[in-house]
Design a binder for this molecule. Structure first.
Ligand code: NAD
Length: 500
């Protein structure tokens, strides 16, 4: 073990004081490369105290001061793309090009935050009554917290903190303990960009650290992204402690393929979206619903493409798919494929025996394709979060939509068709937060918001976009009268104020 990942509190490294550490593993080799400090309650309290202290001045800083730092941070992030991507590959396992993609999508939110002045312009109505004006403004909340998952160690934190700090809040991030280094690098770059100490803090750890953030009286709001059971817990617990909460959960994203679709394009899209990042994406397509007679042809086209995907270490430029995050997760993913035939699925491709020569201890699994999957099968019901694609059959468009809408999840969904009328109907009828029309992974751009429905999101706000600005601020409405010296005295009036 060569390295320790420490907390970042008050603008500098804070060595772990709890004596508890977690292992960080290189998924391509299975080797523990680093250990990460787990924060105690006292360490979380120190981070919140640093953020609270910094808020006294950051909350009063001008928009020009905040955006100037964010522009500098944007340039630094851009310049360090490769380095951050390398950290991600070393701890998460995804291939370098995919890691670069995640940094690029995170940068979009920094772009948005650089333009926060436009979003915070407020509204003014003059002369709502005689010599009375009304202004609506939005103000920061104070200290806010972010808790993030392993699968996007840079992008998901970047969904949160640029907007939060642009709005004048200070931030405490608890990144995933499985791949913590990217978050620390982001903290260092923010500091280099001139962010005052304490505005952005990182505490690592497990449930101890998370629970303290959820109950801490000085934390005003919690943004969470992770699995559905934990999202539900975060939403319930933080709400019970009086906090504003947005908790984004897991997914089972469907792709409906109508008989008139371009089947080659649909097969390309299904393979890219199902197996990219080894299926460890909340927007991965994990269920294809083939409508009418196209099923057999579509499955064959997916199989042909899936068989050609090159699996290997993320550091090898020829690898298209890397390993899974942990050995335990690899084994869990494999168990769904191993049990599939007994549950009535046709196993078209079985990736469970796959390994990479020279890297036998890596968390490898090949691509699996299950056809004619019954809706009762575990492989369909659960979010597998691995490279396993289920194909289901539906006779009609209506049957396909009913099947998708019966899912408890509602993150992303896609339709593949050449029929504009059907696509339009789908957009209106489908119960999901993000819809793609011939686009398999419809992750919205930064200036629109990201979020699912049903068990994929708990809370009222989607993340980033206008929803992000709204989440990290609260409204205030100021009604002003400047009487004219010539006005007669209003006198006492106990009636409810009326405008005239
Ligand atoms: P996870 O829920 O296990 O962990 C997320 C965070 O919660 C981590 O920081 C972790 O330390 C913490 N945590 C875990 N168990 C906890 C507990 N019992 N109490 C308090 N905190 C706890 O998720 P993960 O495995 O890191 O990430 C994968 C999941 O995230 C998938 O379900 C995926 O769909 C989901 N995800 C969703 C989105 C989205 O936008 N909806 C985006 C990315 C990932």
């Amino acid at each position: 073990m060569t390295n320790i990942v420490n907390h970042w509190i008050g603008g500098k490294t804070a060595e772990g004081a709890s004596g508890t550490y977690g292992p960080v593993t290189n998924p391509a080799t299975g080797e523990v490369t680093t250990k990460v400090a787990f924060a105690s309650v006292d360490e979380v309290d120190a981070a919140v105290a640093a953020a609270k202290e910094a808020y006294l001045t950051w909350g009063q800083s001008s928009l020009a001061q905040r955006t100037s730092i964010l522009f500098t941070f944007r340039a630094l992030l851009d310049a360090h793309r490769d380095e951050i991507a390398e950290l991600i590959t070393a701890e998460h396992g995804k291939v370098h090009s995919d890691a670069l993609g995640e940094v690029a999508r995170g940068l979009e939110i920094v772009d948005l935050a650089c333009g926060i002045s436009v979003q915070l312009k407020g509204e003014l109505s003059t002369q709502v009554a005689t010599r009375v004006d009304v202004a609506s403004i939005r103000q920061p909340l104070g200290v806010v917290a972010g808790i993030t998952p392993f699968n996007f160690p840079a992008m998901v934190p970047l969904w949160m903190f640029p907007l939060a700090i642009a709005c004048g809040n200070t931030f405490v991030l608890k990144p995933s303990e499985k791949d913590p280094s990217a978050a620390v690098k982001l903290a260092e770059l923010l500091s280099e960009a001139g962010l005052p100490d304490g505005v952005f803090n990182v505490v690592h750890g497990d449930k101890v650290a998370v629970d303290r953030l959820l109950e801490h009286p000085d934390v005003q709001a919690v943004s969470f992204v992770g699995s559905t059971p934990i999202a539900r817990y975060i939403h319930t617990t933080a709400s019970a402690h009086g906090k504003r909460v947005q908790a984004l959960g897991g997914a089972k994203n469907h792709m409906l393929v109508l008989p008139d679709a371009d089947l080659d394009a649909a097969a390309d899209a299904a393979v890219s979206a199902a197996y990219g990042s080894a299926g460890e994406r909340c927007m991965a397509i994990s269920a294809v619903v083939a409508v009418g007679a196209v099923g057999d042809t579509l499955v064959e086209k997916i199989r042909e493409r899936a068989e050609k995907i090159k699996i290997g270490p993320g550091t090898d430029p020829s690898s298209e798919m890397g390993p899974l995050i942990t050995k335990a997760h690899r084994d869990k993913v494999a168990s769904y494929v191993e049990g599939a035939a007994a549950e009535g699925c046709e196993v078209v491709l079985d990736g469970t025996g796959y390994t990479v020569e020279g890297h036998e201890n890596g968390h490898w699994i090949g691509l699996s394709l299950l056809d004619r999957v019954p809706t009762g099968a575990k492989a369909y019901r659960d979010e597998i979060f691995g490279p396993v694609l289920c194909v289901l059959r539906a006779e009609t468009y209506e049957e396909g939509v009913a099947l998708i809408n019966a899912s408890p999840f509602g993150n992303g969904t896609a339709i593949f068709t050449r029929d504009g009328g059907a696509a339009r109907r789908f957009q209106l009828e489908i119960e999901a937060g993000m819809v793609g029309v011939n686009v398999p992974i419809p992750v919205p751009v930064g200036y629109h918001s990201f979020g699912g429905w049903k068990d994929s999101l708990f809370g009222d706000h989607h993340i980033y976009g206008n929803d992000g600005t709204h989440f990290y601020t609260r409204g205030k409405v100021v009604t002003t009268r400047w009487p004219d010296p010539a006005d007669a005295p209003a006198g006492v009036d106990l009636g409810f104020p009326r405008n005239h």
